[in-house]
Structures are given as structure tokens and as C-alpha cells.
Design a binder for this molecule. Structure first.
Ligand SMILES: Nc1ncnc2c1ncn2[C@@H]1O[C@H](COP(=O)(O)OP(=O)(O)OP(=O)(O)O)[C@@H](O)[C@H]1O
Ligand SMILES: [Mg+2]
Length: 271
């Protein structure tokens, strides 16, 4: 599969010519890397993925300025199916699967984007190895799967197209910690198999752990970026996105010592 860095430069996006959702966003997803984007609700994270995958028109959005390239190929203005064929595949927010179709039929639908039958057969084998539960449930209606299993199916379906870059929009949102950890482990495995990943997450701790570089979006612009390990150590990120340094406040709130805190998410900081 053709490869190269997914490069976003000076990207500005608006909806209905009125709402400016992204302003001059630049970031790189080097081949084979995991790059994370953090940000509060409404920061523009999904908009960024829609601009890359060519699905903005479905949301009445448009790219006003900037470029998106995979290697030396421009992706701006391409039909979403052409972007998939170029190797960039999005798993949208909300683990959308075809609920009335079987698990297997959902996977076959993903294979429509595969470069060849041989490639999709190989991808099918890899997906069932990554997610054995999808083999066990092959004939079940996808709508009957648990939330975590539906997320696995949504990722599995995307992998059927043999992406060189996978775009993941909040894959652990709403999942119990154990299931979120399983999804995280799968993201590591997918990456080890050579697929680059652009990971959108509100769970900043998880995103920084999985990625080598990260960008923090605030109101449509990149406010901070750098190596994930550095960001995880920065006071601002620790305070605002990882919930570290708030112990004194919790104690004043009368929180029992040793009580498990909720997982650190950006959501806590926007309300
Ligand atoms: N279809 C749309 N039409 C008009 N405005 C939109 C549309 N989709 C998103 N927006 C606006 O664009 C901005 C960015 O939204 P976006 O969905 O990209 O944020 P997000 O970071 O993914 O948020 P969340 O964490 O809630 O998923 C927000 O102000 C949002 O209200
Ligand atoms: Mg979103």
C-alpha cells in the first residue's frame, strides 16, 4: 500500500459558511506512528477527521484553506471512497455499525474499500485474530453486540480496507475501564502491524500513553503540541487534562481517602 506521512497544513474548516470549526491547524502523522489529538467537547476533533476523510460535505462543512496530503498525494476534495482507496480510513464517533446486518456482513461491507480480494482475505484473517469475539459472533446481528464489541466491529470493518492510516474518533468513549484497556491494547497491536494511527481521545492519559506525539486542540486551533511523554510531564497538561495537582481540592471536598477517582477525561474541565 502506498505510504508516507499524512500531513495537515494550515487547515481551516467551517460549517454552513458561518461556524469556524478549525483555524490554521497543522499536524503530521508519520508512517507507522500513533499521533494523538486531545481536546474538550467542541474543540474541532471530529471536524479534523472529517476534513481528512472527505466526509465534511455530509455535515454541510467545507475546507476554507489549507492542505491534507498523504505522501505526495493531495486528499482535499477527493470523494470519501477515493480517500479510503488511497489508504486513509476513518472510524467515526459513536461506533457506528449496521445494526441489522450480521457481524460478518459488516466486515464484508468494509472490504469494499480493499485494494484486492486477496488483500481483503488477508485483512479478514487479521481482524478475526485481533478480535476473536467477532468470529464467535459472525452470524449475530451487529445491533445485539455490547458497546465494546460494536467498537471492535467498527475498527475491524475499517481494517478490512487495509488502511495505511487509521483515523479513530474517541474509540474508548463510554466504555468501562476494562473494555477501554482492551481497545487500547488492540490499537497497540494494529500499530505494531504497521498501520499509522491518528487517535482522537478525551481520555488524555490513555492517548498520551499510546501515542508518540500529541496535539491539544482548543477552540479549533492547536494550542500545544509535542512528544507525548513531554506533554504528559508538562504542568499545564497535567493540571488541565490529566487531573493531577487537584488533590488539595478533592480533600476539601471531603472525598474519602483511597476512593477511586473517575478516569481523567477532558470533559471534566469543560463543564
Ligand atoms: N454539522 C455541523 N454543523 C454546524 N456546526 C457544527 C457541525 N458539526 C460540528 N459543528 C461545530 O463545530 C465545532 C467543532 O465540532 P466537533 O464536532 O469537531 O468537535 P469535537 O472536538 O469532535 O467535540 P466532541 O468532543 O463533542 O466530539 C463545534 O463548535 C460544533 O458545534
Ligand atoms: Mg467529536
Amino acid at each position: 500500500m502506498a505510504n508516507g506521512t499524512l500531513a495537515v497544513r494550515d487547515l481551516s474548516v467551517s460549517y454552513g459558511r458561518a461556524v469556524r470549526a478549525l483555524r490554521g491547524v497543522s499536524l503530521d502523522v508519520p508512517a507507522g506512528s500513533v499521533t494523538a489529538v486531545l481536546g474538550a467537547n467542541g474543540a474541532g476533533k471530529s471536524t479534523l477527521l472529517r476534513a481528512i476523510s472527505g466526509t465534511l460535505p455530509f455535515h454541510r462543512g467545507a475546507v476554507d484553506a489549507g492542505t491534507v496530503r498523504l505522501g505526495d498525494r493531495s486528499l482535499i476534495g477527493l470523494h470519501p471512497a477515493t480517500v479510503v482507496a488511497a489508504g486513509v480510513v476513518q472510524v467515526p464517533e459513536g461506533r457506528r455499525v449496521f445494526g441489522r446486518l450480521s457481524v460478518e456482513e459488516n466486515l464484508r461491507a468494509g472490504a469494499l474499500g480493499a485494494p484486492s480480494r486477496a488483500e481483503s482475505a488477508k485483512a479478514h484473517g487479521r481482524v478475526l485474530e485481533l478480535f476473536p469475539v467477532l468470529a464467535e459472533r459472525a452470524r449475530q446481528r451487529a445491533g445485539l453486540l455490547s458497546g465494546g464489541e460494536q467498537q471492535m466491529l467498527a475498527i475491524g470493518r475499517a481494517l478490512m480496507a487495509c488502511p495505511s492510516v487509521l483515523l479513530l474518533d474517541e474509540p474508548t468513549l463510554g466504555l468501562a475501564p476494562l473494555m477501554a484497556e482492551r481497545i487500547a491494547q488492540t490499537i497497540r497491536e494494529i500499530n505494531l502491524l504497521g498501520t499509522a494511527i491518528l487517535l482522537i481521545e478525551q481520555n488524555a492519559a490513555l492517548a498520551l500513553e499510546l501515542s508518540s506525539a500529541a496535539h491539544v486542540l482548543e477552540v479549533g486551533a492547536v494550542a500545544l503540541h509535542g512528544p507525548s511523554a513531554e506533554l504528559a510531564g508538562s504542568d499545564e497538561v497535567r493540571r488541565r487534562y490529566l487531573g493531577v495537582g487537584e488533590e488539595a481540592d478533592s480533600a476539601e471536598d471531603g472525598e474519602a481517602a483511597g476512593e477511586t477517582a473517575p478516569p481523567p477525561t477532558l470533559e471534566r474541565w469543560t463543564g
